[in-house]
Write a protein that binds this ligand. Sequence first.
Ligand code: 5GP
Length: 114
Amino acid sequence: MADTIFGKIIRREIPADIVYEDDDVLAFKDLNPQAPVHVLFVPKRALATLNDATPADAELIGKLILAAAAYAKREGLDKDGYRAVINCNEHGGQTVFHLHVHLLAGRRMHWPPG
Ligand code: 5GP
């Protein structure tokens, strides 16, 4: 897949406010937050979109979501709750084509989303 801004963040070529890292996942604050807490969880092995995921990626995607849930718990966001979102392609509102999970918290979310 083509390189993206998230690839550059993973390689430390551009700065980001990194809040979590392990062998498979990097998490950093969103530049344009949509909630008091807005963190992006990004797999170091990039997939462009959720459409590109195969059964071989099941463990990686599981780790990504569990990393977001563990972060929410560590930060005390779990009781009030939060939203974890993957946008896919145009109708999903995806703008960076390196799969990522948005963790949004710190305010009440609305449903259905706009
Ligand atoms: P998407 O729209 O693809 O689901 O989400 C991409 C997210 O990346 C957006 O919320 C946007 O604000 C964020 N973003 C775009 N460029 C950068 C950047 O250079 N640094 C950080 N930290 N976030 C970015």
